[in-house]
Design a binder for this molecule. Structure first.
Ligand code: BGC
Length: 426
């Protein structure tokens, strides 16, 4: 495994693109016509999204902050429910707001990676059965037909969907298949009006057998890997939609409907064939001495990043999300260091990786709660004040140097001076 403090300097090629990622529902606030907002109300979410980070009002300041932090690209999503709050009814003001944001990014020379659907959609579309019904795809495609030519002049990278591949539940196979069909059709619509590269963000989630010698765990891990990861790559490479116990389908226009792999990576999952859901416990925490971690932490697993990327050498790759949830920002700095090392190793092994977008620019609404903190910038959810964390400064230095070395790591983590870093799993 890679070690941080005995590391060789890591350098990225000229033109490598650095930035951060966000999503509308998680930062904007008052997303009142969206399915997520309605679910929060209906299910009495103890911490509803409310104003989120109030990006809706504070976006000018946030974009200025992006410039200060030297980010070269910003991934954000456009909320379909703002543009079309009721079926067939378009809100011109919402469109104007997005166009102003895009305009400002252009002025600041920050590229735009635009996600058209990041989990949330209009409540009216949800009530029709959303993407679970193939006959509903037309609603989304009409929206794309309307929107794409208007926003095309601003978009540098398109993400049609975010992470519809995630979760291995067989009940989701039809929905995933439908979203592949929608992806292919939206790809064609966008290609007609834009030369910018198009993809859908893929949650690269390695599933590994709990017992690496157990044939059942191995078999089940393979199936889960197919149902979450490989079905997607296979569909884009061949045009075929294929899930276990489901009739295969060849879809016109699906083959090669990703110009690049848009990869979101966090950590791995373990599989046990002797569990009713096939799940084994993840490493719950990872104690990294000398940082004491008083609360739940996901595991660092940079090797999964390198290995997963090495299976994707057939087209350019952008890392559209990679991030860590922690209170102690030093862990974020470590995570960044280890993951960027893993990335550079994948590049040495022949992967054409062209950019890295950290998740997330700022602490935000983590779907059901404000507790998990992924941001490089802290947000006070009462006053909406933003505060740079050391990881934001660290990342700025990485961008400025197009790489980093042991000295830079130690500048931010001086307490590690005497450590050969290795995470200790408990
Ligand atoms: C999602 C984000 C989410 C992040 C952290 C990703 O899977 O795209 O919306 O906030 O993970 O959980």
């Amino acid at each position: 495994m890679l070690g941080i403090f005995s590391m060789e300097p890591v350098r990225f090629p000229e033109g490598f693109l650095w930035g951060s990622a966000t999503a509308g529902h998680q930062i904007e606030g008052d997303n009142v016509n969206s399915s997520c907002w309605h679910k929060e109300l209906r299910e009495h979410c103890p911490e509803p999204s409310g104003k989120a980070c109030n990006f809706l009002k504070l976006w000018q300041r946030d974009l200025a902050m992006l410039s200060d932090l030297k980010h070269q690209v910003f991934r954000m999503s456009i909320e379909w429910s703002r543009i079309e709050p009721a079926e067939g009814l378009r809100n011109e003001n919402a469109l104007k707001y997005y166009l102003s944001v895009f305009e400002e990014l252009k002025k600041r020379n920050i590229k735009l990676c635009l996600t058209l659907h990041h989990f949330s959609h209009p409540q009216w579309f949800e009530e029709k059965g959303e993407f679970s019904r193939r006959e509903n795809l037309g609603y989304f495609l009409k929206h794309v037909e309307y929107l794409a030519p208007i926003v095309a002049p601003y978009v540098d990278f398109w993400n049609i969907f975010n992470e519809f591949n995630n979760f291995d539940d067989p009940k989701l196979y039809d929905r995933k298949a439908n979203m592949l069909v929608a992806h292919a059709k939206a790809f064609a619509i966008i290609r007609n009006v834009s030369a910018a590269p198009v993809s859908s963000a893929h949650a690269m989630t390695p599933y590994q057998p709990q017992h690496p010698d157990d044939a059942f765990d191995i078999t089940m891990a393979r199936i889960k890997n197919w149902a979450v990861n490989d079905f997607f790559y296979h569909a884009i490479r061949t045009g075929e939609i294929l899930f276990p116990y489901r009739k295969g389908e060849m879809i016109e226009g699906l083959k090669d409907s990703c110009d690049f792999w848009s990869i979101n990576y966090y950590t791995r999952h373990f599989v046990s064939a002797r569990d009713e859901k096939g799940e084994a416990q993840r490493y719950k925490s990872c104690q990294i001495r000398p940082i004491e971690q008083p609360f739940y932490l996901e595991e660092f697993y940079p090797q999964g990043f390198t290995d997963g990327l090495c299976a994707l050498k057939d087209r350019p790759i952008y890392i559209t999300e990679n991030g860590f949830c922690c209170k102690d920002d030093r862990l974020r700095i470590l995570y960044l260091g280890r993951n960027l090392q893993a990335l550079s190793e994948a590049m040495e092994r022949g992967c054409d990786i062209r950019g890295y977008f950290y998740w997330s620019l700022m602490d935000n609404y983590e779907w059901w709660s404000f507790v998990p903190r992924f941001g490089m910038v802290g947000v006070d959810f009462q006053t909406f004040e933003r505060t740079l964390k050391p990881s934001a400064q660290f990342f700025r230095e990485i961008i400025e140097n197009n790489g980093f070395d042991r000295e830079l790591m130690l500048k931010y983590l001086p307490e590690f001076k005497d450590w050969q870093i290795f995470p200790v799993q408990d």
